[in-house]
Structures are given as C-alpha cells and as structure tokens.
Design a protein around this ligand. Sequence first.
Ligand SMILES: [Zn+2]
Length: 393
Amino acid sequence: MKGIQYSFYVLLISLLVSYTNAQVVIFGTNNYVEYQVGTLPLVISVPHGGNLEPGSIPNRTCNSPVYAVDAFTIETALEIKNKLFAATGCYPHMVISHLKRNKLDVNRNLADGACGNPEAILAWGEFHDFIADARNAANQQYNDQTFFVDLHGHGNPIQRIELGYLLYDDELELSDNTLNTLQYINNSSIKNLALNNVNNYTHAELLRGPQAFGTFLTNNNFPSVPSQSIPFPGLTSNYYSGGYITANHTCYNPSVPINGLQMELNFSNLRDTPANRTAFANAFTQSIIEYFNAHFSLDWNSCNPLSTINPILDTTFFVHPNPVTRGNLIHFNLPENTFYEYQFFNLLGQLVVSGELNSDKTLDSEKLNSGVYITRILNKSSTVLMTNKIIIQ
Ligand SMILES: [Zn+2]
C-alpha cells in the first residue's frame, strides 16, 4: 500500500465527504489499522489505544518493549472528531491502530515496533502509509497548511497535558533567545511554522507564548506544558518530548512540510470518564481552532463550501437515473406545475449551470461534462427543496 498511489483517491473521497457529510472509513489488512478520511487540515493519529490481541502475532519481546496501553485515547479521539464536526461541519483525518501494544508499537521503528512478525510488519506499514495519505490529501486541499497531532496518554503523576515538540526537558529550560536559534528550531516539530508564520512569532513564542497551543489548552481549562504558565516541565517529571511518529510525520523530517506535535494526555479529569472526555474534546476543538486562526492563513470554513446547503429535505424528491449516461435525460421527481430552479455545482463548490426546469422536469445531461455534481432544486422563493449528488458518466 503506497501512499502516493492513494493520495488522489483519498483527495477525491475527501471532496465527496465534504459534500455529503458522510465519512469514509478505510481499514487495513485484518482491520488492525483504520483510517477515517477527513476534510479538515488536521491529522490525528492514535497509536497506543488498541486492544486487539490476535494469537497469530506473538507478544513483542525484542529490544525491551513497552506494553503500556494509552487507555481511552481512541474514545477521546472519536469524541474530538464529534466535537470538531459539530463546530465546523467537517471531520479531521484520523488514523488508529487497534492492535494492543504488546503486539505492535507503531511509535517505534519497524524493527522494534513489529519485532519481525509479518502481520505486524504489514500493519505497521499500513498505519504509516495512512498517515502519509492523510497528510497528502489535507495538504492538497489546504496548500500544505496541515497540522498533525500524535495522540497519547501518559501515566506520569502530574495531571497535565504534555506537548512534545521533539525538544527534551532540559532544552525547554533554555532561554527564549537560545530556543530561537536555528540549532533548536531545526530540531523542532514546528520548525516550518517557526520559520514562517503570519504574525512572525518566534519559536519560543510558539512553544510557550500567549498564542502557543499549550496556552490555548490551559486557557480552556486543561493545563499543558509547555505553555505560558508552565514554560518547561522540569527535569524529573519523565516528560515525553515526542517519538518516532512525530519525528517522521512532521517537518522535523525534511521531506514533510507540515507542523505538528505529540500530545500526551493525563488520565484524571480528562480520559477517565465519558463526561471528562467530552469536556476535553470541547476544549481541544476550541484550542485548535484558535491555534489555526492565530498562525495559519487559511479559510477554516473552506472544508465544506456547500455546508450552507440544506440536506435532502423531502425524500420523495429525487433524481434518476443516477448515475446517468451523458446525453440522456436527467429526470427530477418533483410535483408538476410549479416553478423550479436547478443548480449544478462541481466538486470545488462552483456553480456550473443553473436555470428554470422545464415542464417535463427533465434536463439534458449533454449540457454537462462527465463527472460528479451536487444538484440543488429551489422553489420560487429560493428555498432549497432538494440536494442530490449525481454522477454523469
Ligand atoms: Zn503512547
């Protein structure tokens, strides 16, 4: 499964998703890994929340493996998805490993993570290819202004969120001036943002200034480090600075254009109950929107250019045949003897053709090129009566 072969396919799916609000989900071999295709400029990976323990994959024993499961991180990620959808009408891209960590660790290199087992090797590759597919699809839609979050849960005693930018605890003790030198910017998972952002904030400001992601989270009631109020974690807190996934799917890797971080969630008052996970998902949603608005020049709402179109209002109205062979008539199943306006949009949300529907309630598909369209039917007072996707082949 090669990312590059899938990127156009994924882009097309993500465009379709944005017009239908349905979400496409792709599973890897044996359903060990899952990719929920999104349309926001946000990719979230969840590597350590899985609980599958197939007998065909022996427990990992190579190179001192860690088995700790990041409890409820999949549930937390899915709640984040729901809250982002409620706020924006669109979904983030989400890649999940369902294998328990004693069988596979996708946050390690292939040798250490799969320990030579063929099924685990396949799942490891599919997980990373799905992230690459998600990055490529989001980057095509948003001109490389995608943000990446590798979502984990930590077991450290201090109940706060640890944001890992690939800078160690002792490096975060350094002065702002030192962190703003190229030596440290080049080691950061937000390197490209530090070198080029709309307000010219410095690297240190992006890590722990008033507009840092950790500060937004803290202001939304989830204390985080680094942030304005907790600028560094201390040297004895077992702080997580970021791992293999963050190093390979952010601009720390020179072949990847996007910025991102590892996010380690505390358990108490965050992951521990459904109500706390919902509260955190709301805070995450608020924070990531504030973060995008602060540092990126993109149209956040462009994820769903037809979001103002009403869904199908009356299922007795429909269009047939669908798909229609180009040159044949498209029939609209509508009550007779009324004025109707038709509109056809392409997948960029651009109006392609419109007009008054004839008394037969048909349209010659010859007017349009082959492709996928969103059609709307409006009444005399411009109320949308019907929205349909139609394929002309
Ligand atoms: Zn983890």
